[in-house]
Design a protein around this ligand. Structure first.
Ligand code: NAD
Length: 280
């Protein structure tokens, strides 16, 4: 078994972006809007801020109170949409109940939508048109490509159909000529699909859901899940110790997919800059 090391690939991607942005007329602008005090969100925003600082981006951290109204949040997005020096905008999820996340995500100009969650970018992805693609799925594909793991004609099973990971990944894998099964909480006989997968991606959020008897000999395992155990340590949705002697490759948690997500955000920010340049 070989580890798919997200840290190594992240470093490579970040170096490539650093090179690309080194001669631009101004620093790339990345705005992250955070609503409330969700603990996990704070960690994710800090990771993004660090990446942006390392690459010399102009990082705007817009913090709004938990009780902000949808209207107030939309106004903030409108201002960022109009700001010439802001290339990428994202709203850190989750947002409080009074705010409709779909409405918020779709207010971001598609050409600044570095999370790739607007209906326009989602539609482009389905139709295999060049667009801003959600960071985690793109990171998974880049990780597999870095390790020369073929996708074409492979049976790819994805467990979890969120808008952030499973659904866009199903499109990306289809666009890469894989045969895709997209499984979820209503799937009957999940094991039938997981044990037939050449590449198994699990994005559910349930610690150690997938064990050795549910994976195929020699499969490639991509574990997206991040779960906090009782002892405080993180683990994935796949029981690493149970499957490790049966599979060919596996992503560690932490140190796998999560590393790629922030690297892809850097890439998307550069891409958003080039998209707007083309529009001018
Ligand atoms: P989500 O919570 O929005 O959705 C979970 C999905 O799992 C749903 O589609 C549901 O139908 C499915 N599901 C639930 N129970 C199931 C079961 N028993 N069998 C089969 N399917 C089941 O998912 P999300 O936002 O994609 O997050 C999933 C996990 O991935 C979480 O642990 C999250 O923290 C993690 N995550 C990691 C990264 C990263 O960068 N590594 C990025 C995003 C999410």
């Amino acid at each position: 078994m070989e580890l798919l090391d997200g840290k190594v690939v992240k470093q490579k991607v970040l170096e490539e972006v650093k090179e690309l942005v080194s001669n631009l007329e101004r620093p790339l602008g990345l705005a992250v809007v955070q609503v409330g005090d969700d603990e996990a969100s704070k960690v994710y925003v800090r990771q993004k801020e660090k990446m942006a600082g390392d690459l010399g981006f102009d990082f705007r951290h817009v913090k709004l109170p938990e009780n902000v109204t949808e209207e107030e949040l939309l106004k903030v997005i409108d201002e960022l949409n109009l700001d010439e020096n802001v290339d990428g905008i994202l709203v850190q999820m989750p947002v409080p109940k009074q705010i409709n996340s779909k409405v918020i995500q779709n207010r971001i100009l598609p050409c600044k939508d570095v999370d790739g969650l607007t209906d326009i970018n989602s539609g482009c992805l389905v139709h295999d048109k060049d667009s801003l693609v959600p960071c985690t799925p793109q990171g998974i594909v880049d990780l597999l490509k870095y390790y020369n793991i073929p996708i074409e004609s492979k049976n790819v099973t994805i467990v979890g159909r969120s808008d952030l990971v499973g659904k866009p990944l199903a499109s990306l894998m289809t666009n890469n000529n894989a045969t895709v099964s997209l499984c979820h909480s209503k799937t009957k006989n999940l094991e039938f699909y997981t044990s037939n997968a050449d590449i198994l991606v699990v994005a559910v959020g349930k610690a150690k859901l997938i064990k050795e008897d549910a994976v195929k000999e020699g499969a490639v395992i991509v574990d997206v899940g991040i779960n906090r155990q009782a002892d405080g340590k993180l683990c994935g949705d796949v029981d690493f110790d149970s499957v490790k002697d049966k599979v060919s490759y596996i992503t560690p948690v932490p140190g796998g997919v999560g590393q790629m997500t922030v690297a892809e955000l850097a890439k998307n920010t550069y891409k958003a800059y080039t998209l707007r340049k083309k529009l001018k």
